[in-house]
Design a protein around this ligand. Structure first.
Ligand code: MN
Length: 397
């Protein structure tokens, strides 16, 4: 089965968005966790951006030896030199050179002609390859680049020595069918040369970053650039956790695998929120607080009988400690009995009825009932069973 490589850019594209900056120690801590998650590449920063960024890439490269480390550079000599310098300590360095290729970016932002762009791309990749074994090239705003010119760009990049071609939807404008078709055209033009990996990098401005990334996989892309919790410029990047779980849950549909240790997803997500102080939305897929919470009585009853009724992903698979049955006013008795059992109380039917009445009354006043509230009520209603009876009931079970 083909493997899709996961290129994590939480420390670069993620970190450069408002409210997500991290100090060097935090970056190292997160990079170690990304290694535990088993990502295939860690993009550690943009060394020309600041001395601090350059130092951070160096430190991450020194501390994390078992994952390739990438550093970003515009197709300019001073940028490439800074990235080469930052990558010196890396065990497996990857230079990531980019240049915008859409006519809009070339004329409005760079004041370059297409010919000048091709020249800069070829010469900077060749220069980079003299110093770093692996060079990736990104055609910024590829999603809005004339397809024939994009094909020329890719050929120049491959001839100059780039082995990874990343074609980003920089502004989150693409729709899945279009984005996939772009890769198919480039593949057809290049003729699928040996040793060249195509890569996707999507933004979520229209909420389609993950869908576009998955469409790229269907079109033969074997590297996806993404971030933990989907952080990144503007509306963010494609969320790593959503992509890898989608590929795992719908394996039969995609026919590819990743090397990600899924059980490290939730711990990684929580480490990032702890470092940045920016929480994920409760309803966020895979890692949101409510992703595995079931409040409606019918759902809770189903989950208790068979989790597959309302869960396509088990919480343990992605490293969530335990499924949370939130007790609110829509909850059922069955869920309450289970929660009581988790808390160490085995209730008789009569006791359960009384606890239930009091818990639902409390739920009417406040939005949800927390375990400590249940303990307080259960403590009053149910006398803890004598040890002999507890032993008896456990042997009976
Ligand atoms: Mn980006």
């Amino acid at each position: 089965m083909d493997v899709v490589r996961i290129f994590d850019t939480t420390l670069r594209d993620g970190e450069q968005s408002p409210g997500f900056s991290m100090n060097t120690e935090d970056k190292i801590r997160l990079a170690r966790q990304l290694a535990a998650l088993n990502v295939d590449v860690i993009e550690a920063g943009f060394p020309i951006a600041s001395k601090g960024d350059l130092e951070a890439v160096k430190r991450v490269a020194l501390e994390v030896r078992n994952v390739p480390i990438a550093a970003l550079a515009r197709a300019k000599k001073q940028d490439v030199d800074a990235a080469i310098e930052a990558l010196k300590p890396a065990a497996a360095p990857r230079l990531h050179v980019f240049l915008a290729t859409s006519d809009l970016h070339l004329s409005a932002k760079l004041n370059m002609t297409r010919e000048q762009a091709l020249e800069a791309i070829g010469s900077m990749i060749r220069y980079g390859r003299q110093h770093v074994g692996e060079v990736e090239f990104s055609a910024e705003d590829a999603g809005r680049t004339d397809i024939d010119f994009l094909c020329q760009v890719c050929r120049i990049a491959v001839n100059a020595g780039a082995t990874v071609l990343n074609l980003p939807d920089t502004v989150g404008y693409a729709v899945p069918e279009e984005y996939g078709a772009m890769f198919l055209k480039v593949r057809e033009f290049l003729g699928d040369p040996q040793g060249i990996t195509l890569s996707a990098h999507c933004h979520d401005d229209l909420g389609m970053a993950v869908a576009n990334s998955l469409a790229a996989v269907r079109a033969g892309v074997r590297q996806i650039e993404c971030t933990i919790n989907g952080i990144g410029e503007r509306a963010g990047n494609a969320a790593l956790e959503e992509i890898v779980v989608a590929l795992a849950v719908r394996k039969e549909s995609f026919g590819v695998s990743t090397q990600i240790r899924l059980e490290e997803l939730f711990p990684t997500s929580r480490m990032l929120t702890e470092i940045t102080g920016a929480q994920v939305a409760p309803n966020k897929a895979v890692v949101g607080a409510n992703a595995f919470a079931h409040e409606a009585g019918i759902h809770q009853d189903g989950i208790i009988k068979n989790p597959l009724t309302y869960e396509i992903i088990s919480p343990q698979t992605v490293g969530v400690p335990a499924r949370s049955l939130v007790l609110g006013k829509h909850s059922g008795r069955n869920a309450l009995r289970l929660s009581l059992r988790d808390l160490g109380y085995e209730a008789s039917d009569q006791e359960l009825a009384e606890v239930y009445t009091r818990v639902t009354a409390l739920a009417d006043q406040s939005k949800q009932v927390r375990p400590r509230d249940i303990v307080a009520i259960a403590h009053e209603v149910i006398r803890r069973r004598p040890a002999a009876m507890a032993a008896e009931s456990s042997s009976a079970a």
